[in-house]
Design a protein around this ligand. Structure first.
Ligand code: NAD
Length: 296
């Protein structure tokens, strides 16, 4: 069993870390929010007073932070890389810009520390169930070292290519997810405005050609799926502002490769509008509220 430092215990990091504790690993955890740390120490993890303290003596360092600035801030500006043992392996799971992932990986390599980018798909439900998909960028040998740990948190592990490639693949996936959630919301809102029951319509779509991850597992209409954020006031889950970040990363990737992403750009503008209306911290499936027709 490995001694693991886990940094970032939010909606995703907490259930991922919990699965590692359950698997018998020795975890030292850190988050800026004390309540997030307490949930893990209650389950048997050790608390660290800082990220630097967490990585002392760790064989594996895992981070699950919001965005590029947090990851660069931690590893580069905060010089966490300088405090990690050169025999340790760093598994960076946040969804960030491919350039940021490459920059941090190069800095790690310069210090002799092995690092992979390993963003995930599967949502908070997948994180809790240990069925995440890991999309890895970096050297194959580092992925093989990480594999036994990743297998305790996920079911599917893909090697997308060299450093940063995991992020590119993840960004493509999330652009499609953003489009599908907005499209599913639009279809449900149209049906309901025309007198259909949202549950009946959702059941029909889930068994028809319009089915997708949202209709199968993450329905945006309140009351259709008890476990979905839509039925819990859009609390927890995957924040609108995090989806907006990912659609911004898709837009940057499109600009740099001169690729066209008309639907991705439209989705980015929809989530941006929704965030500007004060919904940035709600789950991204709340985009349905932008499209719903209120009763006359
Ligand atoms: P979150 O906002 O719930 O959690 C992020 C955590 O990081 C917070 O607890 C915050 O306090 C902590 N943090 C920030 N800076 C820190 C620092 N310097 N040191 C220690 N802790 C710090 O976000 P989340 O939903 O858990 O998402 C994390 C990442 O995973 C994001 O990049 C997101 O895009 C990605 N992701 C999220 C989901 C999802 O369904 N929520 C799914 C797949 C991928």
């Amino acid at each position: 069993m490995s001694s693991i430092a886990f940094i970032g215990l939010g909606n995703m990091g907490a259930p991922m870390a919990l699965n590692l504790v359950k698997a018998g690993h020795s975890l030292t955890v850190f988050d800026l929010v004390p309540a997030a740390v307490k949930a893990l120490t209650d389950a048997g993890a050790k608390a660290a007073a800082s990220a630097a303290e967490a990585v002392q003596g760790a064989e594996v360092v895992i981070s699950m932070l919001p965005a590029s600035k947090h990851v660069e801030g931690l590893y580069l500006d905060g010089d966490l890389l300088g405090k990690i043992s050169s025999s340790a392996l760093v598994i960076e799971c946040s969804t960030i810009a491919p350039d940021s992932a490459r920059k941090v990986a190069q800095a790690a390599e310069a210090r002799g520390v092995a690092m992979i980018d390993a963003p995930v798909s599967g949502g908070t439900g997948g994180a809790a169930a240990g069925t995440l998909t890991f999309i890895v960028g970096g050297q194959a040998a580092a992925l093989e070292r990480a594999r036994p740990i990743l297998e305790k948190m996920g079911k599917n592990i893909f090697h997308a290519g060299p450093a940063g490639a995991g992020q590119v693949a993840k960004i493509c996936n999330n652009m499609l997810l953003g489009i599908l959630m907005a499209g599913t919301s639009e279809a449900l809102a149209l049906g309901v405005a025309n007198g259909l029951d949202p549950k009946v319509l959702s059941d029909i779509i889930a068994k028809s050609s319009g089915r997708n991850w949202a209709t199968e597992l993450y329905n945006p209409w309140p009351g259709v799926m008890d476990h979905a954020p839509a039925s819990k006031g859009y609390a927890g889950g995957f924040g609108v502002d995090l989806m907006l970040k990912d659609l911004g990363l898709a837009a940057e990737a499109a600009l740099s490769a001169r690729a066209s992403i008309p639907l991705g750009e439209l989705a980015r503008n929809l989530y941006s509008l929704h965030s500007a209306g004060g919904s940035g911290r709600l789950d991204f499936s709340s985009i349905v509220n932008l499209l719903k027709r209120e009763p006359d």
